[in-house]
Write a protein that binds this ligand. Structure first.
Ligand SMILES: [Zn+2]
Length: 293
């Protein structure tokens, strides 16, 4: 999306996170403190009175740094919406946690302002995928937030999770549990994000359709959100952008293609099992995409 002349893509706006010993390079291949874009953003932030924070300091989860049960109960997302609302109303008025959330909200607003000014563009793509972060940003009334909900074919999503779990030797290797976890996560997005924003401010994209015809799907997103159509290109080069996020951001540009490794990895029974658990939800997402066409 960052190839559009009106759009600036910063990748994961929350930055690389404090777990890094030193900041990884920007996608332009320069070190963070040598990259002119981020240097200019920092200058703008100084003007706005924001203190320097090497790791951006935009992540609402930083409050949960000490991942104690108490901290999670105080500010984390809860499964039941009603209980979460009740919890918020109780804690809001006197908790130091909410002061901290207010401060991080302000910092996010100032970061957005600084990025807009430096890039001279009004539309920022933030690919951070944290639900809690989006929930808090949605509470800021003057941010015009549009959500692109990217859904991957369940077989592809499950196979990728299983591969990652195997590689790291960490996480569940059970196909049924991994599929259920995918479904639960999707349901959480639906309940906590999509059901709370207007239809005109959200667009569901099926990953496989995006890979099949990226320019068409990008134009559909543009159309939905009132961005000029016909301006995206496939001439994407991360070196011309200033992106933080996972390693894909610095990979040399290659043709977008659909990942079909799962067809070889799963047998018929496994494919049907994933289908049995996920097809109702996945078909609903596909219909949503069509309805908005
Ligand atoms: Zn850069």
């Amino acid at each position: 999306m960052g190839t559009h002349p009106d759009v600036v893509n910063v990748g994961h706006m929350i930055g690389p996170g404090a777990s890094f010993k030193k900041l990884p390079n920007c996608s332009c291949r320069k070190q963070h403190d040598k990259c002119q874009f981020w240097k200019n953003v920092e200058k703008e932030l100084n003007k706005l009175g924001e203190p320097k924070n090497l790791y951006f300091g935009l992540h609402f989860n930083s409050i949960l740094e000490k991942r104690t049960v108490f901290n999670r109960l105080i500010v984390g997302g809860l499964i039941f919406d009603r209980i979460e609302r009740l919890r918020n109303s109780i804690v809001k008025n006197y908790s130091k946690y909410y002061e901290e959330i207010k401060r991080i909200k302000k910092r996010n607003i100032r970061y957005i302002e600084a990025i807009k000014k430096v890039s001279n563009k009004n539309i920022i793509i933030d690919s951070s995928k944290d639900i809690l972060r989006l929930q808090y940003l949605m509470e800021i009334p003057f941010l015009d937030i549009k959500v692109v909900h990217l859904v991957r074919e369940p077989q592809g999503a499950v196979s990728s999770s299983l591969r990652r779990a195997k590689k790291r030797n960490k996480g569940s290797k059970s196909l049924v549990w991994t599929t259920l976890r995918w479904l639960l996560y999707e349901k959480k997005i639906e309940k906590k994000i999509l059901n709370k924003i207007k239809r005109k401010n959200q667009y569901t994209v099926i990953y496989e359709d995006l890979c099949g015809n990226p320019l068409l799907v990008l134009d559909e997103i543009a159309d939905q959100f009132g961005i000029k159509k016909g301006k995206f290109t496939t001439d994407y080069n991360p070196r011309n952008q200033h992106i933080y996020g996972n390693a894909i951001r610095i990979r040399e540009p290659e043709k977008v293609k659909r990942d079909m490794r799962w067809e070889k990895e799963f047998n018929q029974l496994q494919i049907s099992t994933i289908d049995f658990i996920s097809s109702r939800y996945y078909n609903k997402c596909k219909r949503k995409e069509i309805v908005l066409d």
